[in-house]
Design a protein around this ligand. Structure first.
Ligand code: ADP
Ligand code: ASP
Ligand code: MG
Length: 410
């Protein structure tokens, strides 16, 4: 008998009919003589609805009470799926974070898991129960509910799989695996049989929300056997694994293109070009708990320079307030902001061994007259900030340029 963790996302849990479909997938795994733990997301749209209610009444992101509100969608899902399983004659128990003892830090809205005490789950499995866990939630040192960041049910599933040493963790979603790009933007995108952990980490951090980045980091750290599969179509899905020597012979220069519309950029113009200025600006931003992504600084002219950086859209208001205060202190000329941007990235471990990826990328964008506002690179990715209105076009053009729509592996 093996232990399998299955996770079902919002679309998969979208209505009563779909929850019954999910139940039959769970049952067929149980009928394979396996122990099954299921992690569920809120029904699609529910977390947004709850978040909007909290914001409308005056709440803020990343706040204790807001987490209390937005964590409830998963509770409903866990209850409904357990009922559906019971109705089919299977023993199932719904469990919340305090019962599973998913301990996190106190960063409301974006908490990190410290530990999971597997004992309660094990007891339920010993009694032949299917365990249905509400994803996305944890508890802090005070026993308060925290949430794990958007898409966090993926992380709940992988963390439970790691804590219980599961044979496999299957992330079931509304597409058939991980693709060469978001299939909702690029119809020619191709499902990948295998994606390497390094690539998946980049993909997740650059907008491919099919797996939350923390779930990939967890799976990598604890060597969880991780798959992405479709709830609705049977198929092999995608395995996320470590690359081996033989694999690297076949590496493509670029294996995927990601698009992230969730960033905004700020520029602080006309600041003195002297040591300590960048430190002062970014320390105050970090002190407010905001994460900065890309940064560029222009060449100084007559002792003055411009700094441009990006934050997530939800952090823009707070970042703007802080930057405007800093601008007054530093006697800067002005602060500009723009939330009509998108970050388009090409990713591939093969970039390490190929030359010219950047020039191919930039030429392809320029042929379409798409202006690049910012660039950042790592060993295995290149990202460009472009105008939001070009997000889809740029993604499709790059997918085509790097020949990702056809099976061009050796
Ligand atoms: P769930 O609700 O099941 O957690 P998500 O909406 O979080 O599902 O993630 C699945 C979605 O991720 C897909 O519908 C797809 O539009 C999007 N996506 C973005 N990039 C990719 C990619 N490279 N491969 C597959 N899906 C992707
Ligand atoms: N329901 C949460 C969200 O919408 C968590 C998840 O779906 O994974 O972000
Ligand atoms: Mg998700």
């Amino acid at each position: 008998m093996s232990l399998i963790v299955q996770k079902f996302g919002g679309t998969s849990m979208g209505n009563v009919e779909r929850i019954r479909q999910v139940a039959s997938r769970v049952i067929s795994e149980k009928n394979n003589n396996n122990d099954v733990i299921v992690v569920v997301s809120a029904m699609s749209g529910e977390t947004n609805r709850l978040l909007n209610l909290a914001l409308e009444i005056g709440g803020t992101h990343n706040n204790l009470a807001t987490d209390m509100v937005i964590s409830t969608g998963e509770q409903v899902s866990a209850g409904l799926l357990s009922i559906a399983l019971n109705n089919e004659g299977y023993k199932a128990v719904p469990m919340l974070a305090h019962q599973v003892k998913i301990k996190t830090d106190g960063t409301y809205g974006n908490a990190r898991i410290f530990s999971i005490d597997a004992e309660n789950i094990k007891k339920q499995l010993e009694n032949n129960n299917i365990v249905v866990v509400a994803g996305f939630q944890g508890i802090d040192d005070y026993g308060c509910i925290t949430t794990l960041g958007r898409g966090g049910s993926d992380t709940t599933a992988v963390a439970i799989a790691a804590a219980l040493n599961a044979e496999r963790c299957d992330i079931f979603t509304d597409v058939e695996g991980v693709y060469t790009s978001d299939p909702s933007i690029v119809p020619e995108a191709r499902r990948l049989d295998v994606v390497y952990f390094d690539e998946m980490i980049e993909m997740s951090s650059l907008g491919a929300k099919v797996l939350q980045i923390r779930s990939v980091e967890f799976a990598m750290k604890y060597k969880v056997n991780l798959f992405v599969k479709s709830t609705f179509v049977d198929g092999p899905g995608t395995q996320i694994k470590f690359s081996s020597k033989e694999d690297s012979m076949e590496e493509l220069q670029v294996s995927s293109v990601a698009c992230d519309k969730d960033e905004a950029k700020l520029s602080i113009r006309g600041i003195p070009d002297k040591p300590g200025i960048a430190a002062a600006i970014f320390s105050s931003i970090a002190d407010a708990g905001l994460v900065v992504d890309m940064i560029i600084q222009n060449i100084s002219v007559e002792g003055l320079t411009d700094l441009t950086f990006t934050v997530t859209k939800k952090d823009l208001k707070k970042a703007l307030e802080i930057t405007q205060n800093m601008a007054i202190k530093l006697n800067a000329k002005e602060v500009l902001s723009d939330d009509k941007i998108a970050k388009i990235s090409v990713i591939g471990v093969g970039m390490r061994n190929h030359f010219g990826t950047a020039s191919t990328m930039f030429s392809a964008l320029s042929k379409e007259n798409i202006n690049i506002m910012m660039i950042s690179t790592s060993e295995i990715k290149i990202s460009c900030i472009v105008e939001l209105k070009y997000a889809e076009l740029a993604t499709r053009i790059l997918h085509e340029t790097f020949n990702l729509g056809i099976n061009n592996k050796l």
